[in-house]
Design a protein around this ligand. Structure first.
Ligand code: UD1
Length: 426
């Protein structure tokens, strides 16, 4: 995969997508699982690891910390082995991937200390890490902020202690970071108001295969009994529900018929419900999901984003594109992140009738979008612009697609296999 910063997508729109697409392993599960290998010196074999820029950054980070990593992008198998020899996650790597903050918990749990740069990542609001820090403090870590780094030390025995953490706010990576840290703590840790995302469940399953004692995954109360050490395991990463949702919406927006293979349909319930309300014919067969929109009119759908099992913020931008093409008025309210409407100005340039009112967008559907030159601002915004381009009349150029490369595997091949006309240009 080539991911030059200057790369753009050139899309010839107006062609209904038609066919089957194999959904990859979830980025948001692969990243914490890769970082969880910091907790053991043994060999961890991971399957279904997607070939993404963020995954490559995670390998670089693990290698920087002293781990050995091999990755076969064809088969999606990654093998990670050896003990970490450093406890510093540098600014150079962390600035490109916010998820690197999840090295903090495993490093302090395994090494007794950690230095992790304050993160960068998608420009979707302030995105603090206070919950990660407070949780580690509740497990006995001393935390200092110094030179842009979070410096954590497990005081006393050099091991974290069991603690009772009540998360002030539901946080996905916050829950994951603390859950990983607690695995090697002395005693039992309770995390209340934990996030419920399927990726957290997948991480818990992987950690339990490594010998961790986690109970309650997928519920708001996690109970983690610390163990002396973790060992190697083999694990296959759960399917990417956001990638699946994105391809289903691309099929619907173009009035085609798209089947996503290798999905976990139960993880997409809130999205599928909204797609049915949008008048798509949705069928689920085992691990396959089909959206059929041939000869059907897109209906407006009101959406409010919420933590899982609510409607995911990571599907908000894509859902808005459907609303722009519906035959009525709809509202989309973003409750998780501020500043997550950067795609709206671009969609307006493509002829959408949208107005931003606080954290809500009001959309009046139009019969057709028109191709234009547009700019990606973050990962999911870029996905929405590609969908808009596939549905629009004429040619769309989407700039700064390095955002999209962070989270969507082999985009041109997958869109191309569905009959979409998309090309990477420089
Ligand atoms: C994760 C996902 C991201 C998704 C998001 C919400 C990964 C790698 N990324 O991001 O794709 O969009 O969940 O589903 O899994 N917050 C605080 N303090 C903190 C942490 C978070 O106030 O210490 C706030 C955030 O600003 C936000 C809310 O909590 O308003 C939820 O954020 P969080 O769930 O932590 O998002 P991420 O884990 O960063």
């Amino acid at each position: 995969m080539t991911a030059f910063k200057t790369a753009k997508f050139k899309i010839q729109g107006g062609k209904p997508l038609d066919g089957e697409v194999k959904i990859s392993g979830a980025k948001n599960a692969a990243l914490p699982i890769l970082l969880s290998t910091i907790l053991t010196s043994d060999t961890v074999v991971l399957k279904n690891v997607p070939d993404l820029a963020d995954v490559k950054t995670s390998f670089k980070l693990l290698q920087d910390l002293g781990k050995h990593c091999t990755y076969d992008a064809q088969s999606g198998e990654a093998v990670i082995s050896g003990a970490v020899t450093s406890f510093v996650a540098s600014y150079e790597l962390v600035k490109t991937m916010r998820a690197s903050i999840m090295a903090l918990g495993p490093l302090v749990a395994f090494c007794g200390q950690a230095e992790v740069s304050l993160p960068g990542g998608c420009a979707i609001g302030a995105r603090p890490v206070d919950l990660h820090i407070k949780g580690l403090q509740a497990m006995g870590a001393q935390i200092k902020l110094d030179d842009g780094y979070i410096k954590a030390t497990a005081i006393g025995s050099g091991r974290l202690q069991g603690g009772h953490i009540v998360m002030d706010k539901v946080s996905v990576t916050g829950t994951e970071n603390l859950m990983m840290a607690a695995c090697l703590g002395n005693g039992t840790t309770i995390i209340d108001n934990a996030a419920l995302e399927p990726e957290i469940v997948d991480l818990a399953h992987c950690l339990n295969k490594m010998g961790a004692k986690i109970k309650g995954e997928g519920t708001p109360r996690l109970e983690i009994e610390g163990v002396e050490k973790l060992h190697g395991c083999e694990h296959s990463v759960v399917a990417d529900r956001i990638e699946a949702g994105t391809y289903l919406i691309a099929g619907i927006a173009t009035h085609g018929v798209v089947t996503c293979l290798n999905t976990l349909p139960s993880s997409l319930e809130s999205v599928l419900q909204k797609l049915r309300q949008a008048n798509a014919l949705i069928t689920v067969d085992g691990t396959s999901i089909t959206a059929d929109m041939r000869n059907r009119q897109i209906k407006p759908v009101d959406v409010v984003t919420a933590p899982h099992p609510g409607f995911p913020t990571d599907m908000q931008a894509q859902m808005t594109v459907l609303n722009t093409l519906s035959d009525g008025v709809s509202s989309v309210t973003e409750t998780i992140f501020e500043n997550r409407f950067m795609h709206i100005a671009e969609l307006i340039r493509m002829g959408a009738h949208i107005e931003i009112r606080g954290n809500t967008v009001i959309c009046e559907g139009v019969p057709q979008l028109k191709g234009a030159q547009v700019m990606s601002s973050d990962l999911r915004a870029s996905a929405s612009l590609v969908i808009a381009g596939l549905a629009a009349e004429g040619t769309t150029i989407v700039d700064r697609i390095y955002h999209m490369d962070r989270g969507y595997e082999h985009i041109e091949t997958k869109v191309g296999s569905l009959g979409g006309i998309i090309e990477r240009i420089y």
